[in-house]
Design a protein. Sequence first.
Length: 322
Amino acid sequence: MTDEVAPELEAELHEVQHMVSRERLSLDDPAPERTCFLSHVGAQPKLVPGPWIGHRELVYAMALANLSQSQRTSLARAVLVDHGREFGVGRLTLEAVSSGLPLGGSSLRLAHRQGGLRVLYTWALGVAPSSVACDWLLLRAQAEWALSSPPRPLALKGLSTLVALGGQVLVLVDTAVAAVQVTQACGDGLRYAAHPRLAPYLEHADPEGSVLLWPHDAIDGAGLARHTITAVVLVSAPESVKQRVETWRDRQGKGPELLPIAEASCPGRIDRSHLAALWQACGRPKILLRGDAGWSATGSQWLREQGATVDVQGRAMQLSLI
């Protein structure tokens, strides 16, 4: 980046920050006196009651979950939007666009009513997400495209091999969206049990299933102790999750040779070739990258090699920005 370009880029980043952190709208992070756009089931670190907006399929899916009374009241009052239909919040015009992920997953196009920068906010992306022309693309680094050599996507053959060992195979995922994608890709002939947070979103959850779907952040929960685990599959897990799982395994007292841990990518997620095509289809926008530091480092390097202008935001900046 040259010195001449830096001030212009800084000004644009300031405008983007204003759009996503100081307007009446918040993104996947409910806040007081702000309307929250819910992009995907489980994308919110904490589902705080308040005014919500979401794709109608997402809202219908969330109605299946075990929500508190205040959360359920907010869900009943949520504004339903469709992909490709423009709507507004405050001084922003918005459009939900398909992320290519199940359960009503949506990205969000933002622009000021009086014009200016166009921003496409994404949380996660499927293989064939919808594209819209934009000046800035807000990406969250994901293992499937950010790593130069990501693990292979979880597939039926590999999972069936582990199931043949007996007991239950523990498959650790980040959200219900990933759990649904695992069952869609590997469902034939396998039965799935699931953590109570994930089970409502699975069509045929079976408490006696040979595959146990569990959230990354619930590895230390008491509920897991009731299951006999014979193998672990980490789906798109960052380094911090890997370390927690290894610590948990050591506490089991079985040794690594008796409890194998495998890594896999989430099936049905965007890879480098598809992300490059999306970036081109969006008009080669500048990219604001957030997320896991390790994934962001390798992902930003690859994006720059494609010719993209990339700004990587650290954790402290992410909190104020998103």
